[in-house]
Ligand binder design. Sequence first.
Ligand SMILES: [Zn+2]
Length: 300
Amino acid sequence: MTLSISRMDLDGNCSPIALVTKILKLEPNLKIPIPIEELAYKLDINSIQELTTAGYEGGLVTDEARSSGDILIKKGMYHQRRRFTIGHELAHFLISYHKPSAPNGFLCDKTAMNNWDLKEQIKARKMEAQANQFASLILIPPPQLRKILNRDRFTYLDRMFEIHEFFDVSKEAAARSFVEYNPECVSILICKDGKLLRKYSKRDFPWIKLNKGQAIPDISALYTHPVTTDKTSSLQETMAKEWIDVKFGSRTPKMYEQVVHQNYGYSMIMLKTIAFADMDYDPEENLTSKQRLAKRAQNR
Ligand SMILES: [Zn+2]
């Protein structure tokens, strides 16, 4: 596929959202997974090379005027992480008000690559959050993402894996977009050996009271779903008060849980809450018991 886009076409588009919108408009036939390297070269990146500076994930050799750009990626980085890091460095190259953080351009460490707070007051950190937002949006374009998330009436964790494979992004990147663009109120918890590592919640999801390193509540399907399978569990109702604080006297929201085990003791939990207006919500309400079983088998 030959791209016709040029960096000049993007002039005046500064925010990550504006840039991605413009790129998708100029290249409406961009195939999925997005050919991020080809796109970077088309937008004046000279080369993508190995980064030799220890302690950093990626870098961009450039000057303040962005007369040229060379992307550097940590040696041995796995394919999907590499794609994301190229997107991140490309953002530093395209967003003209990003000020180089090193004498010859930008150097981005793990902390930078994990900064998602766009409300960040410190400019250097906000820059990193914007670069991450750009990488996420360009690799998982919202129009195609919505097609996956809006396909079913109810959300299942299986769609997160579909995003991971379809867009060729890491499971973490897929989980973040799955949560952010989900039509339902969901949260994803990443766990290792039964303890919480990270959580991604949709803005309106109630605050999960578990902190990093804390054990997952023992009522979780994490402990009953067989570790020998890499299939997702069925979507089951769980006790909301085990996960979130419910004020005395207030109604407890209905909550559902679905889990999946991964390699090396990792697992993922999807939680979703149902608004009080939909309290009679039942994802399998119209199904006969035979259909329910078939649906559960299909979700596995
Ligand atoms: Zn960066």
